[in-house]
Design a protein around this ligand. Structure first.
Ligand code: ATP
Length: 557
């Protein structure tokens, strides 16, 4: 089982310590059992022994201490392993590329972190208790064998047979458990859809009804799968209960048929059988916990190996540094196809373009012409299918991609504004104040303890904050996807006439997707995208209305 091999590989606690504590608890149980039998004998003679009372107290204390230590050690170990898995998934997500995250699916990743790992964390302590109970059964069984070999043989024969039948039936339960897990993942995906599109849902009763109908359908499948699963468990529970009573009946009805002297130990043997029913029950209860953990572990393994396969196949993107900061980027016959992920199998390229330090490049083009895809290729968020990215004249190796990306500040179309200034360090307070003032956010936002005091702002204001972060990062390359689209004319003017020329003067490579033909004159080159190609023979690159030296228009080789 995966869950056991995981523990063998990753557990820090010595398995012998677990076994020792289990044996200690089992020995204490046998001690209590023997004391009960002896005390019952003495009581039948009207005597009470202080020695037996003391032994009983000692046995109880030993059992409590050993069980407590065992479950605490198991909980510590489980949480350590779960944490390691959680961190690995976080790391793999951060190291994976866009295509990978899209192919794995966000719903599956959320479920892995929230449900699967929690299921392991919740269930494994029960599995450890089950193992302890198994050890206890061995000890108590030995005591029963000492009392009567025939009673032991019949008891164990019946118990093993009942458990084998039970385990066989549990395979069907296992399949149902995995089905429930799949249905629940689907349900989480639906919930995400509703939450992400909350405003759209509120804006249309018909859309809301359709979404609810779909969610109800999935929810109904989850309910049916869970009812089916619980029904199977109910049957198993009833069968196990029945088996318990048959076991006790075996002691008083069946064993005397096979042995002469059983009447001398019948009470002790029956007491022992009653004692064994608890551990057998706990062991049986362990199995659903074990199968839940196993199903969760299988999903985690499938997910991490999907993430790993891709990451390992890609080599370590963060392995090698770049010889120096990026001063020139050249795309040479770079092409990419979304392949099966896209119904229309959209292809970009071969693209040829050069972006130099101290140069502003504008990328234009109609919707769906491939501008964002070009930016993803240029920033190495998406590795190209063919062609090369050359950095300062040298081809970029896959192992240098992270070092290359570290040279970029971006505000992409689907950017995320982090409240904390992750990776920016301690920004210069005067520079921050100047930028906030210039973009008229001075009275609204401040930077406190490395984070913005708020990000609850309008779209345009949030984009201005994102630009401030990009400014503070002070990287050699700045990539902006339609940054000015949400800004009013005042900020557009500041952006095109103050900010961009200042960045250019500081020797940055500035690349902007834009449709603001009024300011095309600010750019040193215009690249027009059409059907996945750079096509500057026609299109909407517009006139140089801003005056000044006109941009280079044409295919960049
Ligand atoms: N994640 C994706 N999976 C599959 N196909 C995609 C994906 N993203 C984009 N595409 C395809 O690539 C084409 C180009 O998309 P892209 O986002 O690059 O265009 P764009 O020029 O930036 O468009 P817009 O101006 O509307 O933002 C789209 O028509 C679409 O068919």
């Amino acid at each position: 089982m995966l869950i056991f091999s995981l523990f063998r590989r990753e557990a820090q606690v010595d398995p012998r310590a677990i076994l020792f504590l289990s044996a200690l608890a089992a020995a204490a149980t046998v001690m209590i059992l023997a004391v009960v039998n002896l005390a019952a004998e003495e009581a039948s003679r009207g005597e009470v022994s202080l020695r037996l009372v003391l032994l009983m107290v000692c046995g109880g204390l030993l059992l409590a201490l050993a069980t407590n230590r065992l479950t605490t050690a198991a909980a510590e170990e489980v949480e350590r392993i779960v944490e390691r898995r959680r961190v690995r998934i976080f790391e793999d997500i951060c190291r994976g590329d866009l295509k990978l995250i899209e192919s794995v699916g966000r719903g599956r990743l959320y479920t892995a972190i929230t449900q699967n790992l929690q299921s392991i964390s919740r269930n494994i302590p029960f599995v450890v208790i089950g193992l302890q109970q198994a050890v206890m059964l061995v000890f108590v069984g030995a005591y029963l064998a000492w009392l009567s070999l025939i009673a032991f043989a019949l008891f164990m024969g019946f118990a093993v047979l009942a458990m084998l039948v039970h385990l066989q039936r549990l395979r069907a339960v296992d399949r149902a458990t995995q089905q429930v897990a799949r249905e629940e993942t689907e349900l989480v995906g639906r919930l995400r859809d509703i939450l992400d599109g909350f405003k759209e849902v509120r804006m249309s009763g018909r859309r809301a009804d359709a979404l609810i109908a779909e969610a109800l359908l999935v929810s109904d499948q989850v309910r049916a799968a869970k009812v089916g699963l619980k029904g199977q468990w109910a049957k198993e529970f009833a069968a196990v209960q029945l088996a318990f009573y048959l076991l006790v009946g075996l002691m008083v009805f069946a064993v005397p048929l096979f042995t002469q002297n059983f009447h001398t130990v019948v009470m002790q043997a029956t007491t022992v059988a009653l004692f064994m029913i608890g551990p057998i029950g706990a062991l049986v209860q362990t199995i659903p916990s074990l199968s839940d953990s196993e199903a969760a572990m299988q999903e985690i393994e499938a997910l991490t190996s999907a993430l790993r396969r891709q990451i390992d196949g890609e080599l370590d993107e963060a392995r090698d540094p770049l010889p120096g900061p990026v001063r020139e980027i050249a795309l040479e016959a770079v092409s990419y196809s979304y392949g099966q992920a896209s119904r229309n199998d959209f292809r970009v390229g071969p693209l040829n373009a050069t972006f130099a330090a101290g140069q502003i490049s504008f990328i234009t083009g109609g919707n769906g012409s491939g501008k964002s895809t070009l930016l993803h290729l240029l920033t190495a968020l998406t590795p190209p299918d063919a062609g090369a990215i050359k950095v300062n004249g040298q081809a970029l190796a896959p192992t240098q991609r992270q070092a290359y990306r570290d040279n970029f500040s971006t505000v992409l179309s689907d950017y995320h504004l982090f409240r904390e200034l992750h990776g920016v360090g301690q920004p210069d307070a005067a520079r921050v104040a100047e930028l906030l003032e210039m973009l008229q956010l001075g009275g609204k936002v401040a930077i406190e303890n490395g984070a913005f005091s708020t990000t609850d702002l309008s779209q345009g204001q949030r984009k201005r904050l994102a630009l401030i972060v990009a400014e503070l990062e002070d990287k050699p390359v700045l990539v902006l996807d339609e940054w000015a689209a949400d800004q009013d004319p005042h900020f557009r003017r500041i952006f095109y006439e103050t900010l961009l020329p200042a960045l250019k003067a500081r020797g940055k490579i500035v690349i902007c997707v834009t449709h603001d033909d009024r300011w095309f004159g600010v750019a040193d080159q215009l690249l027009h995208m059409r059907d996945g190609q750079i096509d500057n023979q026609g299109g909407d690159q517009g006139d140089d209305k801003a005056g000044g030296p006109g941009p280079t228009v044409g295919r960049q080789d």
